[in-house]
Design a protein around this ligand. Structure first.
Ligand code: PMV
Length: 352
């Protein structure tokens, strides 16, 4: 098939940090989670991804200027296969993706990466998708990417009829099997939040920017299969999500932070109880958690959240961000960055 030079697109997306976490897939192929999750998209660390169709025989993928290989290449080509299948097209693609965040360090590079790839590849292959369908598509690359399609706050529905289901939290069996079409039902959508009233900032402590010791995919698998605490966390996550929505709506940053911190620490507890344990928390993480507690004792609204890596993010008011950043920097002697609410994924032509 002749390749049209217009079959190319560039998209930009930002990472998001979950305040109610996604941890555990009930279907690995479709990337369907056990629980709903809720996040804030950041205004830092964008990923820019270009997709250009080519007459070449194979996809060529460049990540941060270097040819992708192994697992990283396979994840991108599998994703492109999905897009090609939906578009009914066969051309291969040249993909060039540039992160401004260290890849694989638990700083949500896969969220911004697959959100940007979803928007750029859908456009290059001529698929006309609305935000919900883009979110479903991005989900197939990396679950958390479903949420980075949107700016501000987003909730990702697990896709269980009637909201989150109960257990059993193991692969196969249970109430999930009766879902009519869970793939259609599992997408993210924006959460209306009075952002100006809430005025949130996330202070990011860059404690270790190397790749994580265990991939989130493997860590989730192990947690769901072996952690006796998983079910308790997943059940309490449902309450956390409902309370989080209410706290966001009333612009109550204290409550938002409290729920976010307990949800994240609970998620790490499930991992610590996995067999063998998955431990992303480092001594420096605990140092930051101590600093956050001290800030609270000093009257500052500050709460921590931690993903699949030791790097710690502290939710606080924008007006307190400098003070929080100073406290975290002094405690952990690390690089610190202040992020605020960022935009959703956009085609380059739409970026202002
Ligand atoms: O999207 P993944 O497979 O990289 O998983 C991300 C999981 C967490 O970042 C730890 C939590 C979340 O909801 O983003």
């Amino acid at each position: 098939m002749p390749v049209d030079v217009s079959d190319a697109a560039t998209a930009v997306a930002h990472p998001n940090i979950a305040l109610v976490k996604y941890w555990g897939k009930r279907d690995e192929r479709l990337v369907l989670p056990y629980t709903d999750s809720l996040s804030m998209t950041l205004d830092v660390f964008p990923t820019t991804t270009s997709v250009r169709l080519t007459a070449a025989e194979a996809d060529e993928v460049t990540l941060d200027g270097r040819p992708a290989q192994g697992e990283a290449l396979r994840r991108v080509t599998d994703f492109l296969d999905l897009v090609r299948q939906r578009a009914g097209r066969a051309e291969r693609a040249l993909v060039d993706s540039r992160n401004t965040v260290p890849t694989g360090a638990g700083l949500a590079s896969s969220a911004s990466g697959f959100a940007a790839l979803a928007v750029a590849s859908a456009t290059a292959y001529g698929l006309r998708l609305d935000a919900r369908d883009l979110s479903r598509l991005a989900r197939r690359g990396s679950g958390s990417a479903a949420r980075s399609i949107y700016g501000g706050f987003a909730v990702w529905h697990a896709g269980v009829a009637g909201g989150q289901g109960g257990g059993p939290y193991d692969q196969g069996g249970g109430p999930y099997d009766s879902d009519p079409d869970p793939d259609l039902a599992s997408y993210a959508e924006p959460v209306p939040v009075p952002v100006e009233e809430l005025d949130p900032a996330l202070v990011i402590a860059l404690l270790d920017t190397g790749p994580k010791s265990v991939s989130s995919r493997e860590a989730m698998r192990r947690t769901v299969a072996t952690s006796p605490l998983y079910r308790g966390w997943a059940d309490s996550s449902r309450t956390d999500l409902a309370e989080m929505r209410r706290a966001l709506l009333r612009g109550d940053l204290d409550a938002v932070g409290e729920i976010a911190e307990r949800n994240a620490l609970g998620m790490h507890a499930t991992m610590l109880a996995a067999r063998p344990a998955v431990r992303y928390l480092s001594p420096a993480t605990l140092t930051v958690l101590d600093a956050v507690q001290q800030l609270r004792r000093d009257g500052v609204s500050a709460h921590a959240t931690i993903d699949a890596g030791p790097n710690t993010k502290v939710l606080c008011r924008s007006s307190d961000a400098d003070r929080v950043a100073d406290a975290v920097r002094a405690a952990a002697s690390c690089q610190v960055l202040v992020a605020r609410c960022g935009p959703g994924a956009l085609l380059h032509s739409e970026v202002r």
